[in-house]
Design a protein around this ligand. Structure first.
Ligand code: C2E
Ligand code: MG
Ligand code: MG
Ligand code: MG
Length: 287
């Protein structure tokens, strides 16, 4: 589009939908080419226990587009799902994440666990064999891997997805329910899922110390929100799940979550997603 050379009218006529469609197609081509290039890489966000001990990291995909700069996975993952690129992308993430575990090991850092996000579309029958193949080729124990799935994604294809998750768990891979509280799970549905970990969604954690007053900046404990998170933690524990709190940003959130018996913590307060080298620097015993 050369909008500048045209009049105002033409500019308006070029509806945002046309532009949207055009940019989506370009973006899809760009993403296709980005797979296997240095544009796509992983960052890792630490997960710590209440004593600050490293429990593992979550692999988070990054796309440094040559012209558009950083593009959020919240934008390009849905595109990858719609176009089927998610299969190659997901394979890359799994291979790279597992290879990184070995690289850290060789550099003297023992990383207890690697969590990888999965799209529902990846959970097609037999997917467990792909996972096992990658683990085997890296000589990595399945118990060192965790997969994160969201409840909305599971609902779309209950049977196929659940069977894959069950097979993964049988191999020893841990299964985490991501963003818990965002979806629509009923309690009976939740108890029927083959899970090891419940990740309490950031929106719940955020409300634990909502901003008080109109001038902002003052954060104080919100007892109702704290009780709700407490109930979620109790529920998860009663189902035998480990609880991970997402998006821990403030001391109040951290302290209240500890008081409520949360097991594992992830968020900017503790550590941001960072490069593999930065993980090594921060968590090596000799660092
Ligand atoms: P998620 O799996 O729920 O990952 C957590 C997101 O919250 C990450 O955003 C992380 O950077 C961000 N985050 C962590 N701590 C904090 C905090 O304290 N405050 C705030 N405001 N944010 C925090 P990111 O990296 O932009 O990823 C967004 C979503 O994209 C992920 O949400 C996940 O659903 C998806 N995603 C990322 N990588 C992959 C991947 O390799 N495969 C698939 N299928 N999805 C991925
Ligand atoms: Mg996740
Ligand atoms: Mg999450
Ligand atoms: Mg999330």
């Amino acid at each position: 589009y050369h909008a500048k050379s045209r009049g105002d009218h033409a500019l308006r006529w070029e509806s945002s939908l046309d532009k949207h469609v055009a940019s989506r197609m370009t973006l899809e081509q760009d993403l296709r080419q980005a797979i296997g290039s240095e544009q796509l890489y992983l960052h890792y966000q630490p997960q710590l226990d209440s004593h600050g001990e490293l429990q593992g990291v979550e692999a988070l995909l990054r796309w440094q587009h040559p012209e558009l700069g950083m593009i959020s996975p919240a934008q390009f993952i849905p595109l990858a799902e719609e176009t089927g690129l998610i299969f190659r992308l997901g394979r890359f993430v799994l291979e790279e994440a597992c290879a990184q575990m070995v690289r850290w090991q060789d550099a003297g850092l023992h990383m207890p666990r690697m969590a990888v996000n999965l799209s529902a579309r990846q959970l097609t029958s037999g997917y467990e064999n792909e996972v096992f193949g990658v683990l085997e080729s890296q000589k990595l124990s399945p118990t060192r891997l965790e997969v994160e799935v969201t409840e909305t994604l599971l609902i779309q294809d209950m049977e196929g997805g659940l069977a894959v998750l069950g097979a993964l768990r049988e191999l020893g891979v841990r299964v985490a329910l991501d963003d818990f509280g965002q979806g629509y799970s009923s309690l009976s549905y939740l108890s029927s899922l083959p899970l090891d970990v419940l990740k309490v969604d950031r929106s719940f954690v955020m409300k634990m110390d909502a901003v008080a007053g109109s001038d902002g900046g003052i954060r104080c404990p919100n007892q109702q929100a704290i009780q709700l998170v407490g109930a979620v933690i109790s529920l998860g524990h009663s189902l035998g799940h480990e609880i991970v709190a997402e998006g821990v940003e403030t001391d109040v959130q951290f302290e209240e979550l500890k008081r409520l018996g949360c097991d594992t913590y992830q968020g900017y307060l503790l550590a941001r997603p960072m490069s593999a080298e930065a993980i090594l620097e921060r968590f090596s015993v000799n660092a």
